[in-house]
Design a protein around this ligand. Structure first.
Ligand code: NAI
Length: 480
């Protein structure tokens, strides 16, 4: 029986390994982590992450061929294939701070693998890493190997949170990079044999190590670039009276462009896009390609611009101040169908409104008060470290309350900001919300989920990203 061990039981490690266990009953899968609460949660009825369909998959395999454990060394020692899916945060200090990937966790995982291994192993990079990480890992492993042979493969993960299980069941592609030596090719085949239990052969792409590593960074950069492109257009739409949804539709019907990822919004978030682009920028700079670095940097700059533009709209529309005013925030997760708040645009928007002394009442169906308070008081990039290394008792932000209902959040509010596209926000009773708000009542729709015309009929002043502006908004000061 092939034994797989995955180091890192997070958003990637957990779902990916659960699906491998489900699709490959003859493989034994152990997912290990240094975080005791995380592993406890994986072994309970309340899984540590919310992902549609995940509960089902875990229930079917847990205790049979899927195990979650904190006995990291034991499971690594027993495994034939070791996936490494640990955090790869942005460095906060030293060389490359604010851009380069911090490989502390990766390196410590690699050293541990070398220490405890007694048999040959395939080590698989599942985390997103800078190009040439495999080479560094190879050096760490071989210099400490005591005669054991390690083959390194790069197998970046392309799942999207919110649709992770669907994506894993039917991936657009599985990418496996390895050495072009006979041993490297043998390792690629061993991993291919796992995926080919459910993924059609033509969807499994094999490349050299560096192409696989770079493809992941490139894919995220391209995806984020589409969002920044449509968001940049949204600003121009507001200035000219064009409607960004109409423009995006017209553009997306071109088969060379395609319709996906063209929704204008308050900005992209999630643990990967910004981090991976920063990392790409750093790699370009290190390779003497400042023009290329500058090009990709713009994707992040436009994203930051979009978030601050949104805050400015809110404040400017409300007589240039939200000081002391209650503002309801609907949605805090970085997108619908996940409880993940890492790099969510809601953090920057809330901080912007708090900076203008607004009082915030936040509701998100999947995010806890503790998480929101933590996010609003944590330093940039601190979030991407194992739980036990994050600040434990941050100071709570007093002007923020977190409630468990959209009606409670909006009661007596001057304005509503929609920051996540949860389906339930489409069907709220907006008449009831309007009746219970201060007047004039504003809605700032950062995800274009509500029907602006209907809300205007009720009496709201509505701002929808990239849509023709209400007369009220046009008359307010220009937005930087
Ligand atoms: P995560 O933070 O949810 O999980 C990482 C886990 O690794 C944590 O539970 C942490 O405690 C554990 N860990 C860290 N060092 C360890 C060690 N030495 N031994 C054992 N466990 C250790 O992160 P997530 O989201 O799963 O991401 C992991 C990697 O996958 C990152 O490189 C990320 O860029 C990449 N990725 C993430 C995607 C996503 O949608 N979240 C999608 C594709 C790739």
């Amino acid at each position: 029986m092939v034994k797989i061990c995955c180091i890192g039981a997070g958003y990637v490690g957990g779902p990916t390994m659960a699906v491998i266990a489900l699709k490959c009953p003859s493989v034994e899968v152990a997912v290990v982590d240094i975080s005791v609460p995380r592993i406890t949660a994986w072994n309970s009825d309340q899984l540590p992450i919310y992902e549609p369909g995940l509960d089902d998959v875990v229930k079917k395999c847990r205790g049979k061929n899927l195990f979650f454990s904190t006995e990291v060394e034991k499971h690594v020692a027993e495994a034939d294939i070791v996936f490494v899916s640990v955090n790869t945060p942005t460095k906060t200090r030293g060389l490359g701070a604010g851009k380069a990937a911090d490989l502390t966790y990766w390196e410590s995982a690699a050293r541990m693998i070398a220490d405890v291994s007694k048999s040959n192993k395939i080590v698989v990079e599942k985390s997103t890493v800078p190009v040439k990480t495999a080479e560094a890992i190879e050096k760490i492993l071989t210099h400490n190997s005591k005669g054991i042979s390690f083959q390194i493969l790069s197998n970046p993960e392309f799942l999207a949170e919110g649709t992770a299980i669907e994506d894993l069941f039917k991936p657009d592609r599985v990418l496996i990079g390895g050495r072009e030596t006979p041993e490297g090719q043998k390792a690629i085949k061993a991993l291919k044999d796992v995926y080919s239990q459910w993924v059609p052969e033509d969807r499994i792409i094999t490349t050299n190590l560096w192409s696989a590593e770079l493809s992941k960074l490139a894919a995220n950069a391209f995806l984020a670039q589409r969002i920044s492109s449509v968001n940049a257009m949204s600003a121009l739409c507001e200035a000219t009276g064009a409607n960004v949804s109409q423009v995006a539709y017209a553009v997306g019907t071109d088969t060379r462009i395609g319709p996906k990822f063209l929704n204008a919004s308050v900005g992209f978030g999630g643990s990967c896009f910004q981090k991976d682009i920063l990392n790409l920028v750093y790699i370009c700079e290190c390779n003497g390609l400042p023009e290329v670095a500058e090009y990709w940097k713009q994707v992040i700059k436009i994203n930051d611009y979009q978030k601050s533009r949104f805050v400015n709209r809110v404040v400017a529309s409300m007589f240039n101040t939200v000081s002391g005013k209650k503002v309801a925030i609907l949605g805090f997760a970085f997108k619908k169908d996940t409880g993940d708040t890492r790099e969510t645009p809601a953090i920057d928007v809330c901080k912007g409104l708090l900076g203008d002394k607004g009082r915030l009442s936040i509701y998100d169906p999947q995010v806890t008060e503790d998480q929101i308070q933590r996010d609003l008081s944590m330093n940039k990039f601190d979030w991407d470290h194992p739980l036990h290394l994050q600040p434990m008792s941050p100071t709570t932000v007093k002007q923020v309350s977190v409630v468990w209902d959209a009606y409670e959040a909006t009661k007596d509010a001057h304005a509503v900001c929609i920051l996540t596209e949860w389906d339930e926000f489409k069907t709220l009773d907006y008449q009831r919300i309007y009746d219970n708000m201060q007047k004039p009542a504003f809605i700032f729709d950062g995800r274009n989920v509500v029907n602006g015309d209907k809300l205007r009929e009720i009496g709201f002043i509505v701002y929808s990203i990239g849509k023709p502006l209400d007369a009220w908004l046009k008359d307010m000061p220009a937005v930087a």
